[in-house]
Ligand binder design. Structure first.
Ligand SMILES: NC(=O)c1ccc[n+]([C@@H]2O[C@H](COP(=O)([O-])OP(=O)(O)OC[C@H]3O[C@@H](n4cnc5c(N)ncnc54)[C@H](O)[C@@H]3O)[C@@H](O)[C@H]2O)c1
Length: 344
């Protein structure tokens, strides 16, 4: 859709624009597509340390800048007013957050606070935040509901839980209402092939499996084969990135209609083991994977599955790509078309 056409569409949040931080990244780039598809004009702020300029749909306005730098943040707000901020920018690598917590806290907490303070000064009343299943820590029960205790075990998970608390306090004191979306495992790629996953380094199992099957990795390491699960490998809840993107548009609509601050899980409510992911990718591609069994990694719970019933009732969210096969098929198409363009 061209920018002129966006202006002609009836935006569900009125005439004003939204600010997306981290729109050059994996989830952010898919959300920018969903916003533009919904007729919502979008400005992206990204420092491109992890993201890609060419991942951002051409109809979005782009500002290069860093949320840790208050001047960069102030500069982007000069392009306002913004009806809402959708905040994806930050460091999402859990092992790196243990190795370099200062960097993680600076990006996810100092950066987040800079952004929120500028949003407050800019009169923003609606905020959507990329939170994570990492806020829960090792689950006491599964599927995990939102009222499960928050006991994050990584610096990364702590920053997500802490920023949710900051948002709640800003809501109570300054009237900024927010939706924190706790993603489980984002996976797949835009079904139309307009965007896909390209973290560097890649830590997510589905792109790692697909890159291996494309011949770009010598083998797939399975960390932990003696968990109390049917096949001994970890079970995770994979949710299609386009379904995640849709949830953000619904969250904006809900906030525009007066919804209160909320934290909502986004997952499919059923999990797949690492071995099931590998077997599904083998079936989808007709290729055979070489698997190397490794010991358990510290801090990996055996099973992480979401109870997403609250997102369904509050937002009316209905995931449309509700199968691992669909997620892997879209990821494989992206990997096959774009995998050569980048480092694994
Ligand atoms: N991918 C997942 O499965 C998953 C799961 C749970 C939560 N999340 C959260 O969702 C968000 C997006 O995740 P992703 O997988 O798209 O990550 P990503 O690394 O692909 O995207 C993050 C984007 O933010 C930008 N960025 C980072 N630090 C910045 C800074 N200081 N200033 C400006 N821009 C900055 C990066 O350049 C990148 O474009 C993150 O906050 C992450 O914690 C992701």
């Amino acid at each position: 859709m061209r920018r002129s056409e966006i202006g002609n569409r009836q935006s569900p949040i009125g005439n004003s624009r939204v600010l997306v931080t981290g729109g050059g990244g994996y989830v952010g780039s898919h959300v920018v597509l969903a916003l533009l598809d919904a007729g919502i004009a979008t400005v992206v702020l990204d420092n491109f340390e992890q993201g890609y300029l060419d991942a951002i749909a051409p109809d979005a306005e782009i500002v290069s800048g860093d949320i840790r730098n208050a001047d960069d943040v102030a500069r982007v707000f000069e392009r306002g007013p913004f009806a809402a901020v959708l905040h994806f920018a930050g460091l999402a690598n859990v092992p790196h957050s243990f190795a370099d917590p200062e960097k993680c806290y600076a990006a996810n907490l100092t950066g987040g606070l800079n952004l929120l303070a500028a949003a407050r000064r800019g009169g923003v009343k609606a905020f959507v935040f990329s939170s994570s299943a990492a806020v829960y820590g090792p689950p006491e029960r599964t599927p995990i509901p939102e009222d499960h205790p928050l006991r994050p075990i990584s610096p990364y998970g702590f920053t997500k839980a802490a920023f949710e608390r900051v948002l709640s306090d800003f809501g109570a004191a300054y009237g900024i209402r927010s939706v924190s979306l706790r993603y489980f495992n984002a996976a797949g790629a835009d079904p139309a092939g307009r965007a896909g996953e390209r973290h560097n380094p890649e830590t997510h199992i589905i792109p790692i499996v697909l890159q291996h099957l494309r011949g770009k990795r010598p083998c797939i390491k399975v960390f932990g084969t003696d968990y109390p699960t049917p096949d001994g490998s970890c079970i995770r809840d994979y949710v299609h990135v386009s379904d995640l993107a849709e949830a953000h548009v619904l969250a904006l609509k809900a906030l525009a209609a007066g919804a209160e601050t909320a934290s909502l899980n986004l997952g499919l409510g059923h999990g797949y083991s690492v071995r099931e992911v590998i077997a599904t990718a083998e079936r989808a591609t007709g290729l055979k994977a070489k698997v190397m069994e490794e010991g358990r990694r510290e801090g990996d719970p055996p099973v992480l599955v979401a109870d997403s019933s609250r997102a369904k009732s509050v937002l009316g969210w209905v995931p449309r790509h509700d199968s691992l096969e669909a997620i892997i098929a879209d990821g494989w198409r992206w990997e096959s078309q774009h995998g050569q363009e980048r480092m694994a």
